[in-house]
Design a protein around this ligand. Structure first.
Ligand code: PMP
Length: 394
């Protein structure tokens, strides 16, 4: 693949300096000055860039069996789901995937959404509403934040990791119902949340706990079953797990796992399930095959974690709890410059800036893969070191 930038946004004759949208140009200038302007990276065939910016942790997006799974689904079911899940957008394949994921992750039931983002928004808004309390934290993914906002519940946000504050917020509430939401492994830096403590706090205060395992599936736990399984909490009745098909499984989509009653409730009430076209059959077929690959080789996550430890130590980062390595640079401009230097040297890394991370903590984000060999990891480490030194961080 080669990488090209989209053309920078430029003023055209259609831009009306007095029009209702004239502020957009000023806003674009402001973002540009602050180093916060973004452009999608466009992948092209044939590049030799090493990709450490994807979430394809196990390298399954290009695994022959996974591609074959997508092809077979396409041949059988066509290019689209053709309607929302409740109308005719549910194929037998969707149900098989849900059953297989529920079985793999140790929950009675699962429901697939067309993205992880929509799974989180749908689950939270179906579980909490006006007159309820949600306790969240400062590290949660945007999809959890947006679910909280849309729910109209009262939302208390505590510092990431502060499970005592979660307990206090639950204990001191006036609302009858409460929901705690958290990532299991934080997407920004791969650190684990205190899931066992959060679960105990929720259980002791008659609250439910929703855990997003997006970055833990295929990475942590026995055979890649995630952090909830690692802690022996799979199937706990007051626990809702969400996860994605778009990272370790190399496909696309989101899933909510819990009881059969929860599944039925989401079908009745989750607006992102009801009003959205069903998950694309090709993604379902790919995800099923990817799950099969993971089941057949439970050592894949071990290889991923070994690679992550090796790369983290080579770039001077703390030993990671998952597959994400975060190198804090500080201001956005040097972070952008360091990422650009990595790309010049043949390595594609993520560059996270506000609002994805707090001000002053712009960073390079490296996501490791199980299918990278040691020589390549060492080359990546040398490139990253060069780039980070180049912006004066070392
Ligand atoms: N949760 C977390 C923690 C994530 O990192 C992401 C993806 N960035 C999502 C949910 C959303 O998943 P998807 O990309 O499948 O919509």
């Amino acid at each position: 693949m080669t990488i090209t930038e989209l053309p920078a946004t430029t003023a055209t004759a259609l831009d009306d300096p007095d029009g209702a949208l004239a502020w957009l140009a000023d806003e674009a200038d402001r973002l540009q000055q602050a180093g916060l302007h973004r452009e999608p990276v466009v992948r092209q065939q044939g590049s030799s860039l090493v990709n450490l910016a994807s979430n394809d942790y196990l390298g399954l997006s290009t695994h022959p069996a996974v591609i074959a799974g997508a092809h077979a689904a396409l041949d059988t079911w066509g290019a689209g789901a053709t309607a929302s899940r409740l109308v005719v957008g549910t194929t037998a394949l969707h149900v098989e995937l849900e059953n297989e994921l529920a079985d793999f992750l140790g929950f009675p039931a699962a429901l697939a959404f067309s993205s992880g983002y929509l799974a989180n928004v749908g689950a939270i808004t179906a579980l909490a509403g006006r007159g309820d309390l949600i306790v969240s934290d400062t590290g949660t993914h945007a999809s959890l934040i947006d679910g909280c906002r849309l729910s109209r519940a009262r939302v208390v946000v505590v510092d990431r990791g502060d499970h005592a504050a979660v307990r206090a917020a639950l204990r001191d509430r006036t609302e009858r119902r409460a929901l705690v939401v958290t990532d299991s492994v934080y997407s920004i830096d791969g650190a684990p949340a205190p899931i066992a403590e959060l679960h105990a706090a929720a259980r002791d205060n008659s609250a439910a706990l929703l855990v997003d395992e997006a970055h833990a599936l295929g990475v942590r736990g026995p055979g890649g079953r995630g952090l909830v399984a690692e802690l022996g909490l799979s199937g706990a009745p007051d626990l809702v797990v969400t996860t994605v098909l778009s990272k370790s499984l190399g496909a696309q989509g989101g899933v909510v796992l819990g009881s059969a009653v929860l599944r039925a409730h989401l079908i009745d009430r989750a607006r992102t399930f009801i009003f959205d076209t069903g998950l694309n059959p090709a993604a379902v077929g790919a995800a099923r095959s990817a799950l099969g690959v993971l089941r057949a080789d439970p050592t894949l996550p071990d290889r991923l974690r070994d690679n992550a430890s090796r790369l983290a130590s080579a770039v001077g980062a703390p030993s990671p709890a998952a597959a994400v390595i975060s190198l804090v640079i500080g201001e956005p401009q040097p972070a952008v410059a360091a990422a650009a230097r990595c790309r010049e040297l043949g390595v594609l890394v993520g560059c996270f800036r506000p609002p994805s991370v707090p001000a002053g903590t712009s960073r390079l984000r490296l996501t490791v893969r199980a299918d990278l060999d040691v020589a390549l990891l060492d080359r990546v480490a040398a490139v990253v070191d060069d780039a980070v030194r180049g912006v004066g961080v070392r």
